[in-house]
Design a protein around this ligand. Structure first.
Ligand code: HEC
Ligand code: HEC
Length: 187
């Protein structure tokens, strides 16, 4: 009986998720410029859908791909899709430079006080798994992480109260490469 009730609901979710997975890859594991959604914090997914919808997340790829994709998405469907993607086990991209892992891990955990770079650990968690509207970073692709960290430093926005423009503003290209490399390997 339970199966008979839940199976059609899951089939519905999978069907509406297909509007997303043709860009975000099979099972939401990410594909080219569209990041992995699998295993992402559901509250974060919803907060980003709102920022695309309200046009506060304003970098070029967001404008080009996501403003339209969520324009007619109602909050109920957004919540279902967020839960659906969050429930899929994430696979790490493993595509950064392995030689930069140690440097990236050190910045992630301790920051660089003399360069005014804060640690990421306090907010994103010990395994970069995120919590509530703070995203999981572990295993996202190198180029996506690098792009995001670089764009905040150049004045793009995401959610209105995001601490990230301030945090990323102190990162130089070498720190961004190290952090994005390290994080791409975190499971
Ligand atoms: C036409 C391709 C395309 C479609 C369709 C699409 N996306 Fe996206 N999505 C992208 C791209 C590209 C980005 C990265 C934007 C950036 O670089 O800031 C993105 C980013 C996101 C993000 C932000 C993830 C993060 O880690 O910050 C979420 C959440 C998201 N999409 C959800 C969805 C959902 C839900 C759907 C289906 C309703 C969907 N997307 C459909 C291309 C697409
Ligand atoms: C004060 C808490 C805080 C600190 C410290 C912090 N972050 Fe964040 N981070 C957030 C929040 C909240 C978001 C979601 C932002 C939004 O919606 O704009 C975020 C988003 C991100 C994203 C976007 C992920 C995605 O899927 O698009 C990246 C990348 C990121 N942070 C990297 C870092 C790195 C690297 C550091 C350390 C140098 C760091 N953060 C420090 C709170 C923090």
């Amino acid at each position: 009986m339970i199966l008979a009730i839940t199976a059609p609901a899951q089939a519905d979710e999978a069907r509406s998720a297909r509007n997303c997975t043709w860009c975000h890859g099979t099972a939401g594991q990410g594909f080219t410029v569209a990041p992995r959604l699998a295993g992402q914090q559901p509250q974060y997914i919803e907060s980003q859908i709102r920022s695309f919808h309200d046009h506060t997340r304003d970098n070029p790829f967001s404008k080009q791909y996501m403003w339209g994709a969520v324009a007619s998405l109602d909050p109920g469907t957004a919540q279902e899709l967020a839960r659906y993607f969050a429930s899929i086990a994430p696979k790490p991209a493993n595509d950064g430079d392995p030689a930069l892992i140690a440097r990236g891990r050190k910045i992630y955990q301790e920051g660089v006080p003399e360069a005014n770079i804060v640690s990421c650990y306090a907010c994103h968690g010990p395994d970069a798994q995120g919590v509530r509207d703070i995203p999981r970073l572990g295993g996202l692709s190198f180029s996506y992480l690098k792009g995001r960290l670089d764009q905040w430093g150049r004045g793009y926005h995401s959610t209105p109260a995001s601490p990230m423009p301030l945090v990323a503003g102190s990162l130089g290209p070498a720190e961004i490469d190290a952090l994005a490399s390290y994080l791409s390997f975190v499971r």
